[in-house]
Design a protein. Structure first.
Lengths: 425, 252
């Protein structure tokens, strides 16, 4: 594959922009500090934290119990917390007969875990406010609104396929563990190339640059060839890192408008290495950088080559090898996809894990759909019961037990909506 | 009549497909004490039947037993539900009692072999039941990060698992070793088959441990095992090791 100069420049530009949020990381002889959000300084604090959580898979804030301890020790003042809640509530309609301010203060300062879940995929969102109201009234859940699964494929496609690299989705649906293996291979490749005299036996041809040197070695590296049998075929497509990147992205059928986001996600998987390589490629007088050049384009080409080789290797067992095939699978077997996601991302109710695994292994669509429906119904009932129980406990803490006995469905829905919004505010 | 006796023994010292019966019963036993009872008692009628059989075992039965043992040890590699895993290991281990009988072990030695496998499994069944009470299931992978959440329980779990998969000093180690020792010079293929079974147990056991012990702990925190229970388990380990050392004197 031979790319035009313009196309190469476009790829380099995309990767340059994609790498901007990755904080620079340099060879520190003694550690002083490292700000992981350095590359996000142009965003507001809240947005930078949210973006940082997504990119670096970290927790942006301390655990809830830490803040509650600070509150109890007066390190967080009641006035400031109360003021913030008042400001938040000014954007919402008041609920007659409910002291929402008191409920929220109690929720934040006395309840150990949040009431609502973050995970909106699959079944979590199947619990409706009317389900919770039914449980609070002590009614049978089945009498309320039945499950609506028609929108499941769309919801799944949206949440599973939009923002994550393909292999991460495959890992969640097929337990392929490509991500772990890929990270290991990339780390080994980086260690081999970016060695600064620590090892006795150096990687050959390092002066040609990271990707070129790695490419040469990979043609005869049994460790890599064994794990990704198609790697030679992929590497023969182009000698340039840009050509390989385009080939991989086209092979995976990633729409071009998503390339930059995709590159960013890939670079942030090993953001320490990416930050070091980014710093090194910009440090013009860094001896090792001058002698053995390497930049984010090289890193991404290495990573994507290995990713495609590993995906192709797994695809021989019948799993999707590109985004289109994956979308087709999710659209044709939404329940199976949902159960697979729950099982392999370890969010399933443990009591169902064995049954679901066995059903998936039988590959019998009818059986899987039936089991999935039962699972969803039970999970919906269980989640609704847990939420109702949590609401009761919150009411007790707020000294307002009687409110939940007389509250109308509409008011309960508004209250739950305010509590949900508080999490994102 | 002889065939009928052996066939009946095949239910208790499980031979595939009769082994399905034990696993069916074991997986549906909801009470931990019923599981403990099954693990302790199930192989004994089988031992009685083959000891009272009039003629020596034929090669076919031993090959059948080895096939069953290898089959179930292979199955343990892919199983993540610990109660199912316990049943499979018990099936695989008890099948090897046919080999011990074939090699001329007397009834006392056979009972010792049976308990060498069963006692660590009893401890495992008790721990698995505890996990099931807390997490509603003992499906490894979904239940994970135990070391951070319950360090005492994790320590006990690791030692029990080592005892189950036949680590040195525990009785199952000396049971397997004596079988291999007795057969390696005369029928090395049988010794190789036992080594394969042993390897598969170890592989699956350590794999399960790895997934159970490390990882992100559950959101809901559960209480660790009590100090008194820890002492009870510790005493059990000492007794198991003492039993193992006694077996080494008797069998090797």
């Amino acid at each position: 594959m031979s790319l035009s100069l313009g196309m190469k420049a476009e790829i380099r530009t995309l990767i340059f922009v994609a790498g901007e949020p990755i904080p620079l990381f340099w060879p520190m002889r003694s550690f002083i500090h490292h700000n992981p959000l350095q590359g996000l300084e142009k965003l507001s604090f809240e947005d930078a934290i949210a973006e940082g959580e997504k990119l670096f898979h970290g927790k942006g804030f301390l655990h809830r119990s830490n803040y509650q301890t600070y509150y109890n020790e007066d390190k967080i003042s009641h006035q400031s917390l109360s003021g913030l809640i008042e400001k938040f509530l000014s954007q919402h309609e008041p609920i007659a007969g409910v002291d929402v301010h008191n409920w929220l203060i109690t929720l934040l300062t006395k309840v150990e875990s949040p009431l609502t879940s973050d995970d909106a995929r699959c079944s979590s969102s199947l619990v409706s406010d009317s389900d919770i109201a039914a449980v609070l009234r002590g009614e049978d859940l089945l009498e309320s609104e039945q499950l609506k699964l028609d929108d499941l494929p769309e919801k799944l496609c949206g949440s599973l396929l939009n923002d994550t690299p393909l292999y991460e989705t495959l890992d969640h649906l097929y337990d392929t563990r490509i991500g772990e293996e890929l990270d290991e291979l990339v780390i080994k490749s980086c260690l081999n190339f970016f060695d600064e005299g620590q090892s006795a036996w150096h990687m050959p041809n390092r002066k040609d640059g990271f990707f070129s040197a790695w490419r040469e070695v990979s043609f005869r590296n049994l460790g890599i060839l064994f794990k990704g049998r198609r790697i030679r075929e992929i590497l023969e497509v182009s000698e340039d890192p840009e050509g390989i990147i385009v080939h991989v992205m086209e092979s995976l059928n990633i729409p071009k408008e998503r390339w930059m986001r995709y590159f960013r996600q890939e670079l942030s998987r090993l953001h320490g290495w990416a930050g070091f390589i980014r710093w090194r490629s910009n440090a013009r007088h860094y001896y090792q950088g001058v002698q053995h050049p390497g930049d984010l384009v090289d890193l991404l080409a290495v990573r994507l080559t290995l990713a495609l080789a590993l995906i192709d290797d797994r695809a021989r067992k019948g799993i999707p090898s590109n985004v289109d095939e994956l979308q087709d699978f999710v659209k044709q077997h939404p329940m199976q996809a949902c159960l697979r996601y729950q099982l392999y991302s370890r969010t399933i109710n443990p009591r169902w894990a064995q049954k679901v695994e066995q059903a998936i292994l039988t590959d019998n669509s009818k059986k899987i759909d039936e089991l999935g429906l039962s699972y969803m119904q039970e999970k919906r009932a269980r989640d609704a019961t847990m939420l109702a129980k949590s609401m009761r406990r919150l009411a007790e803490c707020a000294n307002a037990e009687q409110v939940l006995d007389v509250i109308s469905d509409e008011d309960l829905s508004s209250l739950l909506s305010i509590i949900r919004n508080l999490r994102t505010a | 009549m002889q065939s009928m006796t052996l066939l009946l023994a095949g239910f208790f010292l499980p031979l595939f497909p009769m082994s399905i019966v034990f696993n069916f019963v074991f997986q549906r036993a909801s009470s931990v004490w019923l599981r403990v009872l099954l693990l302790l008692v199930w192989p004994l009628p089988g031992l009685w039947l083959i000891e009272n059989g009039s003629s020596a075992l034929v090669d076919t039965i031993v090959l059948w037993a080895l096939f069953t043992s290898i089959l179930y040890s292979f199955r343990t590699v892919v199983v993540k539900e610990l109660s199912v895993w316990t049943g499979f290991i018990a099936t695989s281990a008890w099948s090897l009692l046919w080999v011990a009988e074939y090699l001329g072990a007397n009834v006392d030695d056979l009972i010792m072999h049976a308990f060498a496998f069963s006692l660590p499994l009893v401890l495992l069944a008790i721990l698995v039941a505890r996990l099931e009470r807390q997490y509603e299931s003992a499906y490894v992978g979904v239940v994970t990060g135990l070391a951070q959440e319950q360090p005492r329980m994790t320590g006990i779990f690791v030692v029990v698992m080592l005892a189950v998969i036949g680590s040195p000093l525990f009785p199952s180690f000396f049971s397997l070793l004596s079988n291999i020792n007795n057969v390696v010079m005369v029928m090395p293929s049988i010794a190789l088959a036992i080594v394969l079974v042993w390897l598969l147990w170890s592989w699956s056991g350590i794999h399960l441990l790895q997934e159970l012990v490390v990882g992100d702990p559950a959101v809901i925190q559960y209480d660790d095992i009590s100090h008194s229970m820890t002492i009870v388990f510790f005493v059990s380990f000492v007794l198991l090791v003492a039993g193992g050392l006694y077996m080494s004197e008797v069998l090797l």
